[in-house]
Design a protein around this ligand. Structure first.
Ligand code: NAD
Ligand code: WQD
Length: 335
């Protein structure tokens, strides 16, 4: 059986990917330092899959620990989720973000080459596209970022491309995620942000259960269907399946590439709020406020490359995302 190491596998996207990989017959090993997750996530992955998951608590920059993991396990492929991801925090603590996200990627690549592990899937982001591009982002478009977090993704993509160029055996796919939301239908795993959520859907979830009073809608004067910002929301379970498709692709093809992972459809903030109300029969109060610095009007994925190369496309709807996000939030509240 093919063994896959998930760095950051206790996190939101990593935990869902562990479940999808296991359902598709892969063995999973997880490394996570728990800076933004909890150890009980691993128990919940095991509950869902019925499989015991080898779990190493530690830092991806710790080369001694990586050495141990690669020695104890015959790793075939690595999926590298480990990273810090809060845009605002990255502006306050740029060195922490560059240090963590770049060093983790470099240590991992070094150790992969040392142990003859030649397949890597990297968690990149739609945030690497220059904001002035047309709304429908296509992989070849101009890149450029507006915050240190985004630059870490941009730089890691470049580090991976350069390492592939110098080591022809290495194969890599940087998946550029759009806006992942929702939760697994068992409601045992999902997103559990610390403090006040920065992202729209986790904020709506907390308003829905009365934990917060109303949604702050950042601007209604954008050039969009109703003036509010448009994004490409993707269900985290669809996103998890895209990693399975990427791992399969790397088993059969050489190369180094970047692939968008989104649905290809844009949804505005107000459309999301109304869909959430309808899907869950709840009221979501909101207030229109000033634009948030750094935001753009509309971003969604061109999904052709994902379909052509990975034979993957998203299936779950905005209604599925809203329902699963709400049920997960209700489950969290009961804990
Ligand atoms: P998350 O914070 O839930 O998961 C990341 C995990 O990595 C956490 O469990 C954290 O404890 C761990 N981690 C961080 N630094 C580490 C280190 N040095 N060593 C070991 N573990 C470490 O975030 P997520 O939403 O699951 O995102 C996963 C990846 O996808 C991240 O790289 C993120 O930047 C990227 N991404 C996320 C989004 C999003 O909106 N969620 C969008 C695009 C890209
Ligand atoms: C979506 C829309 C907001 C919150 C961010 C990161 C990006 C990526 C995903 C990792 C926008 C509006 C939001 C709120 C609102 N992460 N909004 N009220 O900004 O597309 O992307 O997360 O790679 O790097 O920048 O997602 O969910 O923050 O915002 O009105 O309380 O909702 O203005 O139009 P975004 P988001």
């Amino acid at each position: 059986m093919c063994k896959i190491l998930l760095t950051g596998g206790a996190g939101f996207i990593g935990s869902h990917t562990a479940v999808s990989l296991s359902a598709n017959g892969y063995e999973v090993v997880i490394l996570d330092n728990l800076v933004n997750s909890r150890a009980d996530v691993i128990d919940n992955i095991e509950k869902i899959t019925g499989v015991e998951i080898p779990f190493y608590i530690g830092d991806c920059r710790d080369e001694k620990l990586l050495e141990k993991i690669f020695t104890e396990n015959e790793i075939d492929t690595v999926i590298h989720f480990a990273g810090l991801k809060a845009v605002g925090e990255s502006c306050e603590k740029p060195l922490e973000y560059y240090g963590n996200n770049l060093d983790a990627t470099i240590s991992l690549l070094k150790m992969m080459l040392k142990h003859n592990v030649y397949k890597l899937v990297f968690s990149s982001s739609a945030t690497v596209y220059d904001a002035d591009n047309p709304s429908e982002r296509v992989e070849g478009m101009r890149l450029g970022c507006t915050n240190p977090y985004g630059w870490t993704k941009y730089m890691c993509e470049q580090i991976i491309r350069d390492t592939c160029r110098a080591n022809k055996q290495l194969r890599a796919i940087s998946l550029r995620y759009f806006n992942p939301v929702g939760a697994h239908k068992s409601y045992l795993i999902g997103e559990n942000p610390k403090g006040i959520p920065n992202n729209l859907v986790p904020y709506i979830q907390q308003v829905a259960i009365g934990q917060r009073e109303y949604v702050h809608v950042y601007g209604d004067d954008y050039n969009t269907v109703d003036g509010t910002g448009v994004r490409d929301y993707i269900h985290v379970c669809d996103l998890a399946d895209a990693h399975v498709a990427a791992a399969k692709y790397l088993a059969e093809h050489e190369g180094c590439m970047e692939i968008n992972i989104g649905t290809g459809k844009g949804t505005s903030v107000l459309e999301m709020i109304h869909s959430f109300e309808k899907a869950n029969n709840v009221k979501i109060p909101y207030r229109i406020e000033a634009r948030r610095a750094g935001d753009v009007d509309s971003v969604y994925a061109n999904t052709q490359k994902a379909y052509e190369l990975l034979h993957w496309k998203a299936h779950l709807t905005i209604e599925d995302m809203c329902r699963d996000a709400y049920n997960w939030q209700c489950h969290l509240q009961k804990q």
